[in-house]
Design a protein around this ligand. Sequence first.
Ligand code: ADP
Ligand code: ADP
Length: 228
Amino acid sequence: TPAVRFTNVIREYRLGEEVVHALDGVNLALTGGQFVSVIGPSGAGKSTLLHLMGGLDQPTSGSVEVGGRDIGTLTDERLAEFRRHHIGFIFQFFNLLPTLTAWENVAVPRLLDGRTLSSAQGDATELLRRVGLGDRINHRPAELSGGQMQRVAIARALINDPPVILADEPTGNLDSKTGRGVLKLLADIAHSDSDRLVVMVTHDSNAADVTDHVLTMRDGRLDDNAET
Ligand code: ADP
Ligand code: ADP
């Protein structure tokens, strides 16, 4: 089963009389174990594609399957649960909580499952070691560099061991060298687990060197129907 499959996906936005086709018939199938980037001009539909993969939005028509499950049929409550366990999100501006330490930030997703931060301390610490921050576990975001903050966010995205990691411009706020380190880490994460897919929307010109596949979007469509 592909990690993510889109079949004839259309996402329309209605603005009064006007209808915008943010996605205009997208077909793709992406298997785990790879690092995929999505590129294309502003307004091409990249964010919409990522939001649909992550269950943050639903298609107008067509189907979006993640791990073989059609997420268009889920109620809002089931969709929220799906996001917590199946998707890890990584953002341009890291979205860390400033008053919490690195390990506490990594453990935050566990709170949403009704668990305590401290019950996740071991797992959070282990993940921080894996992203190269074993000596920063008690630092707060203000005491970390941009690249270190993004590594904390990557560890947080991994805490529930989700099969799909979605990153929206993860290097957009980092210098080129730091960004390359983050891209390399995302590639390692995808390549070390054949059940894990990492998809990134990016304008970073370094991305093509480290990704396994580049999806190019234009006017709500993929340049090629992607099966990879
Ligand atoms: P990209 O991420 O490639 O810049 P988007 O997916 O954000 O593209 O947007 C694709 C198209 O859908 C654009 O024309 C955008 O204006 C439109 N769009 C996106 N979100 C909304 C929304 N919430 N309401 C109306 N139009 C939207
Ligand atoms: P398991 O314990 O199931 O054998 P691993 O020990 O490989 O799995 O990984 C434990 C956690 O760390 C998983 O969430 C895994 O995806 C994550 N992980 C694996 N490789 C990396 C890496 N290079 N960087 C960051 N996290 C990773």
